[in-house]
Design a protein around this ligand. Structure first.
Ligand code: NAP
Length: 275
């Protein structure tokens, strides 16, 4: 039976450490996250509220900017310009996805890289790839933190990342490489995914398909990190990994919910505090 990697407990620990750091350094009045939400997508509203609550918990400020679904790109860009120039705002987060009339890449590029706490700006992506300090995308940063705090070494290990999105798969691969893993990135065109996956000591799954990975993909004793998150018809959440099937072969595994999900917000807070 696999060891359960408890993302909920680890994320609480990180938030407590950040709270203590903010108090000790007197940063409370110096840090403020601007959270921008366009439209009224219920899932996005939940995410935004959770981010604001996390700021409150850690002891830093947050300001909300809620714009209607019909907002034009120029209007959003001028808000970002204002926030970039406002010294009281130290981090800017634009909740994705954006309505179709607004180009996400244009918006991401407009955020000042030194306030880009999501780590999506090409400048920060570039810094990560050449090993310079900068903001790192929160979900993959959270995966690294989960591995470190669970004392699962990456150095010299075969790591397979399934998925190559800009916000999860690609930065995940760069981070595992930075930790001296031997990294393979698999995607929808990968031939014989099962064989590729089966050689991994550490598998990070970010495919976006519910319960796609079963025990046939997993080497005995491997660490399985499930980034996926889906709501099933019965209202419960599941990941990209068939947890019940895989937990009997894996050495360690993250659950959904309570695995990678809570780490994303903890790492966002870490980016806001150490900005
Ligand atoms: P995405 O942009 O849809 O990317 C999915 C990736 O999976 C693509 O690279 C795709 O390959 C690959 N893929 C799709 N089908 C595949 C298959 N049959 N075999 C191998 N690879 C396949 O998704 P994402 O944004 O990275 O998110 C992935 C999952 O993580 C989603 O469930 C999302 O909800 C979840 N997520 C969770 C958090 C969190 O905080 N826990 C944060 C972000 C995302 P191609 O490139 O070839 O199309």
């Amino acid at each position: 039976m696999a060891v359960l990697i408890d993302g909920k407990a680890i994320s609480s620990q990180i938030k407590d450490e950040l709270k203590a750091y903010v108090a000790e350094k007197g940063l409370s009045d110096k840090l403020c996250l601007a959270v921008v939400l366009v439209g009224s997508d219920p899932a996005s509203q939940v995410y935004v509220n959770n981010k604001k609550k996390a700021c409150e918990y850690v002891g830093i400020g947050s300001k909300s900017f809620e714009l209607p679904e019909t907002t034009g790109e120029e209007e959003l860009l001028s808000l970002i310009d204002r926030l970039n120039g406002d010294d009281s705002i130290t981090g800017i987060l634009v909740q994705l996805p954006l309505p179709l009339q607004i180009r996400e890449d244009v918006v991401i590029r407009r955020i000042a890289p030194e306030k880009d706490v999501d780590g999506f700006h090409p400048m920060n992506v570039g810094r990560l790839s050449i090993g310079e300090k900068g903001f790192v995308s929160c979900t993959p940063a959270g995966v690294i933190e989960l591995l470190k705090r669970s004392r699962i070494p990456v150095e010299g290990k075969e790591c397979v990342v399934i998925g190559r999105s800009n916000i999860v798969g690609k930065p995940m691969a760069m981070l595992l490489l930075r930790e001296n893993g031997t990294v393979t990135v698999a995607h929808s065109r990968t031939k014989d995914l099962r064989e590729v996956c089966k050689r991994a000591d550490i598998v990070v799954v970010a495919i976006g398909k519910p319960k796609f990975i079963n025990r046939e993909y997993i080497k005995e004793g491997a660490t399985v990190i499930d980034v996926g998150i889906h709501r099933m018809e019965n209202g419960k959440l599941c990941g990209d990994v068939d947890f019940a099937d895989v937990e009997s072969v894996a050495g360690a595994i993250t659950p959904v919910p309570g695995g990678v999900g809570p780490m994303t917000i903890a790492m966002l807070m870490s980016n806001c505090v150490y900005s």
